[in-house]
Write a protein that binds this ligand. Structure first.
Ligand SMILES: C[S@@+](CC[C@H](N)C(=O)[O-])C[C@H]1O[C@@H](n2cnc3c(N)ncnc32)[C@H](O)[C@@H]1O
Length: 273
């Protein structure tokens, strides 16, 4: 794993929780799918097994990032200039601030992740950019996240915000913590705000999804795929914009529609308040 200074003179932040290289992490496994370098052997073993079980896994990860980009462009096009990216992952290509600031240089982004590698590398990459911050936290604790100084300094929640929960909710079990977190972010978001969600689903190919779920569960990073009705519930209090909740590649595609979108095992949607 390379986390050394990139030669731009900035120092790597040391204010991060400890990283356990022997325990696979969802963030680092995903980084491996995307061809990143911020992963260890323990992560690569799980990633390689996932690809054996489901050779399209790297494409699925890339298609998910493409949905994220389209959702960010959509929000920016609606005039939104602030983004709360919950479960943001290890920075890779086309990060939220890069996509948003291409259209709106004044866009501000707070990245939040539970994973220390994502936090450490995110801080390293972003350095002193006053328009972005990386917060270490569990999205299931919205009061703590929303009270973080970086969130309060960068985001004005009296104005519309884009709340992004992309490829993260399937790591959370059903229950009151999840329900109240979703309600808290919704209630904190001013009218005109946007919620973007993508989520692994067993609706497309249940047998494939079950094999991948089993792998993640055994690796200690439990997965909870959900069907369309269960994912639609996350949009309670939001109006789903066209085309609604669909397989990821079907959400306002940039180019030609893909064949067999169900193969991507991911549902995606954007809601507005
Ligand atoms: C598959 S990655 C998705 C990254 C990015 N959102 C994307 O779609 O490209 C899922 C991320 O969610 C993070 N995560 C999982 N549970 C979380 C929680 N309760 N709070 C915050 N982040 C969480 C993981 O550490 C990981 O970085």
């Amino acid at each position: 794993m390379r986390l050394e200074d990139s030669g731009n003179g900035r120092e790597v932040s040391t204010a991060h929780p400890p990283i356990d290289p022997n325990r696979p992490s969802a963030a680092r496994i995903y980084d491996a799918y995307l061809g990143g370098t911020h992963n260890f052997d323990a992560d690569r073993v799980v990633a390689a097994r996932a690809v054996e079980l489901l050779p399209e896994t790297p494409q699925i990860a890339r298609a998910n990032r493409a949905f994220l980009r389209r959702a960010v462009r959509y929000a920016t096009g609606r005039g939104i200039r602030q983004f709360l990216d919950l479960g943001s992952g290890i920075p890779t290509e086309h990060n939220v601030h890069e996509v948003a600031q291409e259209l709106a240089p004044d866009a501000r982004v707070v990245y939040v992740d539970l994973d220390p590698t994502a936090v450490l590398y995110g801080r390293h990459l972003l350095g002193e950019d006053p328009r972005t911050a990386v917060v270490h936290g569990d999205l299931q604790h919205p009061a703590a996240i929303l009270a973080e100084p970086e969130v309060r300094n960068l985001l004005d929640l009296t104005r519309p915000v884009a709340v992004l929960m992309v490829a993260v909710l399937h790591f959370l079990p059903d229950g009151p913590a999840m329900d109240s977190a979703l309600a808290a972010y919704r209630d904190a978001a001013a009218p005109g705000s946007v919620l973007a969600v993508s989520h692994l689903t067993s609706s497309g190919d249940p047998a494939q999804m079950e094999r991948v779920t089993d792998l993640y569960n055994r690796a200690g990073t439990p997965l909870v795929p959900r069907d369309a009705a269960q994912v639609a519930r996350f949009f309670e209090g939001w109006r789903l914009v066209e085309p609604g909740l669909v397989f990821g590649p079907q959400w306002r595609p940039d180019g030609e529609p893909v064949s067999e979108p169900a193969r991507y095992l991911t549902l995606a949607g954007v809601g507005e308040r």
